[in-house]
Write a protein that binds this ligand. Sequence first.
Ligand code: FE2
Ligand code: FE2
Length: 304
Amino acid sequence: MVAGETGVVSGDVRDRALGLMQDLFAQLRQAGAPTVEPPYDDLVDVVEGIRSDVSKAAPHILVSWTVFDEPDEYEYVHSFDVAVFSVAIALAMGERTRILDIGLGALLHDVGMALVPVAPDASYREGEGLAPEDAKKMYAHPELGVKVLRQHPRISAFTKAIVAQHHERMDGTGYPRGLRGSDIHPYSRIVACADVYSSMLVRSHLDRHMMPGEVVDYMMSAAGFEFDKDVVRVMLGCVSPFPEGALVRLSTGELAVVARLSRGMVTRPVVRLVREEDGAQVETSTEIDLARPEHQTTLITAIE
Ligand SMILES: [Fe+2]
Ligand SMILES: [Fe+2]
C-alpha cells in the first residue's frame, strides 16, 4: 500500500480517493452488473480536493504518479493518478469551468474494468501480452463504464464522453468505435493521454520493460498520431515520470533520491545520492542536477 505524502496532492485526498475507488470496484465485482450507484458526492469532494491542491501549484504545476508495488492495487491507484494528471493538464491548458467533470471522468474512466473477468494485472498490460480472448473482453469496459455512470443522474454528459472515449485514438486506431480526431471530445483526449502515460509508468516500474525516460519518448513519438499533440506537450511539461522522494537507480549504478523536479525538463530532476555503485552509503549527501550539461549522459534507469 502507498503511504505518506507524495507530491502536490495531499495524502488525505489520495487515501480517500483510493478508499472510494477500492469500494466501488469491490461492489461492482460483487454485483457482477452495472447496478451500483457511484458515490457521486464523495467522488466530487475528492476531485475538488485534487483541483484545489493542484491549482495551488499553478502556474508552475508539476505533479507525478504514485509508486506502488502490488499489481492488485493497480486499478484504484491508477484511477487516482489519471485524475491528478488530467486535472493538472486541464488546468495547465487553461480549462476552468469543467474541471470537476474532467476529474470525475478520469477517476471513473476504468470503472467498467470491474465488470470484465480478466486478471487484475491484465488492465495495465492492455493490448500487450494479453490473450486474444482477454483483450476482446476488455474492449467492452468503456461501454460498461458508461452503464455504471448512468446509475447516477447527476453525472454529466462530459464525464460519460470521457469514459466512453478514453481508448479512442486520434488516428482512428482506438476502440470501441475507432473515432478519429475532432470526433473525439477534447476532454477524452486529455484523459486518453493521462491514462496511457500512467499505465506505461506503472509497467516500467513493475515489469522493468522500459526506463521511465523511454515512456516519455514513447508519448512524444505517438503525439499527433495516437494522441492530441497539444495535450502531450502540456502533459510532459507538468507531469513528471519521477515522483519527488522516490528512490531511483542511475545509469552510473548509484542510488539516489529525487530531491526536486525541474519544470520543462521532467526527465532531468535534481537528485541526492544515497548509495555508491558498490552499495556503500554515501558519507556526505551530494546533489546532482541532472538538467546540467555535465550530467547529460546520466540517466535514471529505474525507480526502486
Ligand atoms: Fe481503460
Ligand atoms: Fe486506465
